[in-house]
Write a protein that binds this ligand. Sequence first.
Ligand SMILES: [Zn+2]
Length: 250
Amino acid sequence: MLNRTEGIVLKSSIFGEADLIVTYLTKDFGLLRVFVKSPRKTKSRFGSSIEPLTYAKISFLGKEQANLPRLTQSDIIKPFHKLREDYSGMLNIMELLEMNLHFLIDREPHPSIFRLLLTALSKLESDINNGLYYLYYKIKFLEISGYSPRLEICGRCGGLTEGRRHHNFYVSHGSIICHECIGGDDRAVKVTESALKFYKSIFNWKYSTIDRIKAPAHMLAEIQNVINSHISFISSGSKSFDKRLFLSSR
Ligand SMILES: [Zn+2]
């Protein structure tokens, strides 16, 4: 069966002697791995359209549940080559791509995450060093995929955490723990209440309006610290990580 969709290349890995497996985030099939027969031979056919970040219209051939369908067509819609040429920027973008690889399940459609990534890449093309673009992507991705950290109420007693200047985010709980419930020797990430208010306001923005936000650098840094610690904790355990357990403990 021939399928058609649009996809963004997340990565390419060598398979066997000369073949490739290309992993896409697609509009209709979510995370999708396809087999590309010896690209050295088919180079002229797919060209740079299977390079990471390329946004393309693709066709692939394979039975409904085939593990590795074969890529049969790939036409570039937007190459995003400017981003690929910026080495340090690419390191930051890799973090965004890896979230898809870590947290999404193969062939589970997430059209809103697809749109989020596409918009993020377009915004980054105009300003690859804008920290807010990365932060916004991470926060929205966690929200859509159900992995948001819990920053509104205490993860133990469920009490509101407002009214203090500082709060403690416990990475292993994915949550803030209030001053009354604190115990044990777990290391906490400190975050101010003003930064948490700023975090909540982020959910009301869109990428199209994000440039109007003037956020103090220290606040951005605090939220980045919480979000990055949270992501690195849950992705380090994601292979054995049971999302249902994580969600039911909230
Ligand atoms: Zn508590």
